[in-house]
Design a protein around this ligand. Structure first.
Ligand code: HEM
Length: 234
């Protein structure tokens, strides 16, 4: 293990690193709380709170999906310690988003909320994402893992890919009325790359698919090798 990796590994394994990660993950919430109390949320504070909490849910989701690729690429296996806490923060921000909508938009009227979910498809999609996230949050504790069984738990937690897709569809649908897709495209690209990376990683572990990927890589490298040869310069 290289010196830097060893140093990082030791630092990340300490209790302080987890405490620091917890505090950093709470920063957006603290900022939103401060901005709401100091009246710094702009002309429409309710809309700003709903949208910012939605944005932070999506950002936290990107982060949690980046942990495994980062761990595999860097060899820092200790990063796995941060996965559960980061996943629970996705749920925390999703709860905040749902609460902001239910309270500030719908006045906590359950009948109106149910009607709105049925009436507006983008909210239905967000709600499906939240329901799926609830399932993952409820089964994220050691006792639940033992109860569900490790293999079934692993399969259940693949739901996170579906949640990522629902989150992007929810965001896309919400912005469709405004014809404003720049941010949607950015998040779709980030989540798409993370999911693609996992797919390639998974395929590489299967012998047949690994051989196919090897062939594809060789085909991809061939023109570059040719272009690099001095006699190819004309
Ligand atoms: C994993 C779950 C969810 C994610 C990742 C998510 C994400 C987002 C994002 C990124 C936005 C747009 C923010 C912006 O414009 O900058 C948004 C808006 C919104 N979401 Fe969600 N959302 C989720 C669940 C929900 C749920 C459960 C509801 C309600 C039942 C909901 C209701 C809304 C509403 C009302 C808006 C604002 C629409 C507007 O201002 O016109 N979302 N959400």
């Amino acid at each position: 293990m290289s010196g830097l990796r060893l140093l990082l590994s030791r630092g990340l394994a300490s209790g302080y690193a987890k405490a620091l990660w917890f505090l950093v993950s709470l920063l957006p919430f603290c900022w939103l709380l401060y901005a709401a109390m100091a009246d710094r949320l702009g002309a429409n504070p309710a809309e700003a709170l709903i949208r910012s909490s939605g944005d932070w849910t999506l950002r936290a989701l990107c982060l949690v999906l980046a942990i495994t690729p980062l761990r595999n690429a860097s060899g820092l296996h200790v990063l796995a310690r941060f996965r559960r806490m980061s996943g629970l923060f996705v749920y925390f921000y999703a709860m905040l988003h749902l609460l902001a909508y239910s309270w500030l938009d719908m006045g906590l009227d359950l009948g109106d909320i149910a009607k709105d979910i049925g009436k507006r498809p983008f909210i239905l999609v967000g709600f499906a994402a939240w329901l799926s996230l609830s399932l993952l949050a409820l089964t994220s504790f050691d006792r639940a893992i033992r109860w569900v069984g490790a293999a079934r738990w692993k399969r259940l937690h693949r739901l996170v890919y579906g949640i990522a897709l629902l989150a992007v569809v929810h965001f896309f649908w919400m912005r469709a009325g405004k014809h404003n897709f720049a941010e949607v495209a950015l998040y779709a690209a980030i989540l798409g790359s993370l999911l693609l990376w996992r797919l390639v990683w998974w395929l590489r572990k299967r012998p047949a698919a690994g051989a196919l990927l090897g062939q594809l890589r060789a085909c991809w490298a061939l023109p570059r090798q040719y272009l690099r040869r001095p006699d190819a310069e004309r």
